[in-house]
Design a protein around this ligand. Structure first.
Ligand SMILES: *Cc1c(COP(=O)(O)O)cnc(C)c1O
Length: 399
């Protein structure tokens, strides 16, 4: 018998759960794109997007996914022959680095592997070795969605300042914005990127690039900028269509308006605190279940609050995911990019996505289903992980 019928829960690290109100906002006819309605709407979105990133600077909106804003961000600050530093933890940073290479940019790579976040001291050494200060930007991923590692972005700003290096600090916050604490201005991030389908709770299709005056100066110094990715007309549009380089993504804008409204109503600090408490509940369950299950990231300070990567041993990651979706109506994330020689497809790894529109009931339901699956599949575990998670949630609620 399957017990999967009912509301399906997508516990993927993107696309994340879309609130009903967000989906409903899209259920309407196309608007008149020449009316004032969309201009006013877009001005409000720009304001609210700055709030989510905690910046007073600029934000450009693109009809794109995360890969699109990888390219958009680079296209405005570097040109062929320039050099960037890419300290990569986990998997996603390689994608951004490769995008830079495809644009003719030289990439100096530091590979931190899959268990440790970006090491500011290795970044310091690379900057000090750059005697002619040729490095134009440091590409840092805030949360790596494959490994669930989280890097300390403000520590990188401190290193840049201490070394006195003018490189721009660029942060990929696709998997962390609206989940993990981020203060673009206070932490000295020059360029920040994100996309709609993770912490921002909107269908895939919108990408965002926030940037400050230093980044704008880099843009002005380039010989040419790709017409579509150029952020200047998008932040200083003379006519409405320039916000989007063409027809506005009308229904995504309606969705985003509602999603950002939800974040504002809760308050960004409360959103961060909720993600932290729910993440801690998930970690408590996994740690209680214990061997053969283990969190990929040992140090809680280095863990994402939006996604959790769990090692369980092949093929049990795949078996458990299959059991959960077939029998319980919850879809867990695959071991994306986590393959090894012994387990080339990452079948021994799965991920909990816990970003965006998520409450204690959803997390406890998800964990309860996993515990049932462990039991049904005969995978060794200490029964009671859900109670351990409930304890964390109970403690969080009383403060
Ligand atoms: C999801 C993700 C991306 C890529 O986003 P797409 O929308 O899939 O192109 C980039 N960086 C990080 C950290 C991500 O989590």
């Amino acid at each position: 018998m399957s017990l999967a019928n009912g509301r399906l829960h997508m516990a993927l690290p993107g696309p994340s759960v879309m609130p009903d109100a967000v989906l409903q906002a899209m259920m309407r006819p196309a608007p008149d794109i020449y009316s004032d309605e969309l201009r006013v709407l877009t001005e409000g979105l720009v304001r609210d997007l700055k709030y989510v990133a905690q910046t007073q600077h600029q934000v450009a909106i693109y009809i794109a996914n995360g890969h699109g804003v990888w390219e958009a961000s680079l296209s405005n600050v570097v040109q062929p022959g320039d050099k960037v530093l890419a300290p990569v933890m986990g998997v996603f940073g390689f994608g951004w680095a490769e995008m830079a290479q495809n644009l003719g940019v030289e990439v100096e790579l530091i590979d931190h592997g899959r268990q440790t976040p970006i090491d500011p001291e290795q970044v310091r050494a690379a900057l000090l070795a750059d005697k002619g200060q040729q490095i134009k930007a440091v590409l840092a991923v805030h949360t790596d969605t494959s490994t669930s590692l989280r890097s300390d972005i403000k520590a990188l700003r401190q290193v840049l300042d201490e070394v006195g290096h003018p490189a721009l600090l660029m942060a990929d916050c696709v998997a962390s914005l609206g989940c993990d604490e981020m203060h673009m201005d206070k932490w000295g991030v020059d360029v920040l990127i994100s996309a709609s389908q993770k912490g921002l709770m909107v269908p895939p299709g919108l990408g965002f690039v926030w940037f400050n005056d230093r980044a704008m100066a880099a843009r002005q110094a380039l010989a040419r900028v790709s017409g579509y990715w150029d952020w200047q007309p998008r932040v200083e549009p003379e006519i409405f269509y320039q916000y989007f380089g063409g027809t506005a993504p009308t229904h995504h804008l309606y969705a985003l308006e509602v999603a950002l409204g939800m974040i504002k109503a809760e308050g960004i600090e409360a959103v961060w605190a909720r993600h932290q408490a729910l993440a801690q509940a998930i970690w408590a369950a996994v740690e209680y279940w214990d061997s053969p299950m283990a969190l990929n990231v040992a140090d809680p300070e280095q863990r994402s609050h939006a996604v959790t990567t769990v090692k369980i041993g092949a093929p049990d990651g795949d078996r458990l995911r299959e059991w959960c979706s077939t029998n319980a109506g919850v879809t867990l994330g695959i071991g994306l990019g986590m393959g090894t020689e012994a387990d080339p497809t990452g079948a021994g790894v799965f991920r909990f996505g816990h970003m965006g529109h998520l409450n204690a009931t959803m997390v406890l339901g998800m964990l309860g289903s996993v515990e049932a699956g462990l039991d049904a599949l005969g995978i060794a575990h200490n029964p009671g992980g859900v109670a351990a998670a409930a304890q964390v949630i109970s403690t969080a609620s009383s403060v």
